[in-house]
Write a protein of this length. Structure first.
Lengths: 144, 202
């Protein structure tokens, strides 16, 4: 699936967010996304970032090309202009993406220092089963 | 004589060599049955409230709080915050301070100042009393009584759950509600919720 060019809403200046997205500007989706394993059905189809009130706001659209539900795990890494992490590791977050759904994920940086980000994604099982774990999953001990 | 000396020297050397051969290059001690895991991993051991739930709730609330004008003003004007105990209305036992402590810590990293309360207060009172009333401390080098500052805002909230079961599955729905209240007026300046659904096959 083709990835659309990363759309950054540079309304930061309009909305009074003086700090611009220097490090984040002009990238592609691929440069912001880190897939832990090949995702067959889930793709990042849109990504927007804007700095508002000093906080980086991200909106990501995840599209599921399969008719089955897919289990996704994601988290953001928040960086400054020099590429240093400005926040501790985020917890992995589970998200179910229904068959053929376009799921919006919204996030706000937990720190005013964040000017750039990376999105870590993991849905390598590609089997649509939310409760089927493996050692490669960020999910820990999925046996109930 | 020479023979005895060489044997004496040889034995410890052999022992050291054999012990050295047993050692591994790993800095870990143990037989491998215990391992450290990723504290940020998605934990789905049971449907009970777990580390991932606590982390997700705290993260969502912090993100939401940081966007509120009251908190942004509190950072600029050093308005103080405190956290009242969050009511646990679920059927499970867990310390709700785990959530509010994380929220306060994350807000504090962004410049929000908060005051202590509840069980931490006793230590504070003890130390103030020790410095002022024990007679052990030089007056010029001890802190004064009566200068503690009260909070302008407090966090309050509750966590509830609905559990449904049938023969094949168990479904648990958690809802955490958090509010930011201006203490003087009692006005709720901000509130947000985090919902979590966990299902398990039986």
């Amino acid at each position: 699936m083709k990835q659309r060019a990363l759309t950054f809403l540079l309304s930061a200046t309009l909305l009074g967010g003086a700090a611009s997205l220097q490090a984040a500007e002009g990238g592609s989706i691929a440069s912001k996304v880190e897939e832990l394993g090949k995702m067959t059905y889930l793709k990042v189809s849109d990504m927007r970032a804007v700095k508002r009130d000093g906080l980086l706001r991200i909106q990501v659209t995840i599209s599921n090309s399969s008719s089955d539900n897919q289990q996704l795990f994601y988290r953001f890494r928040w960086l400054d202009d020099d590429g240093f992490t400005v926040w501790e590791e985020e917890p992995w977050k589970p998200e179910v993406v229904y068959g053929l759904q376009k799921k919006m994920i919204n996030a706000v940086s937990p720190s005013f220092k964040a000017t750039d980000f990376r999105l870590e994604l993991q849905a390598a099982k590609n089997d649509g089963a939310p409760l089927s774990g493996g050692s490669d999953h960020p999910a820990k001990n999925l046996n109930q | 004589m020479t023979k005895i000396t060489s044997t004496r020297l040889l034995l410890p050397a052999l022992l050291a060599l054999s012990l050295g051969a047993c050692q591994t290059t790993s800095p870990a001690i143990g037989d491998g049955s215990v391992a450290y895991g990723d504290s940020k991993a998605v934990e789905t051991v049971t449907t009970d409230l777990g580390s991932t739930d606590i982390q997700m709730i705290a993260e969502k609330m912090t993100q939401s709080l940081l966007q509120t004008p009251e908190i942004q003003t509190a950072i600029k004007k050093r308005h103080l915050l405190m956290a009242s105990p969050v009511k646990n209305k679920t059927s499970e036992y867990f310390d709700t301070r785990m959530i509010t402590d994380t929220i306060l810590t994350q807000l504090q990293k962004n410049g929000v100042k908060y005051v202590i309360e509840g069980e931490d207060m006793q230590n504070q009172v003890d130390e103030l009393s020790r410095q002022n009333q024990s007679g052990l401390y030089k007056k010029s080098k001890s802190v004064k009584m009566g200068n503690m500052q009260g909070a302008k805002y407090r966090l309050d909230g509750s966590i509830s759950s609905i559990i449904k079961k049938n023969s094949s599955m168990k479904d648990v729905y958690y809802k955490m509600n958090l509010r930011l209240i201006e203490i003087e007026s009692g006005i709720v300046e901000w509130s947000d919720e985090k919902e979590i659904r966990k299902s398990a096959k039986r």
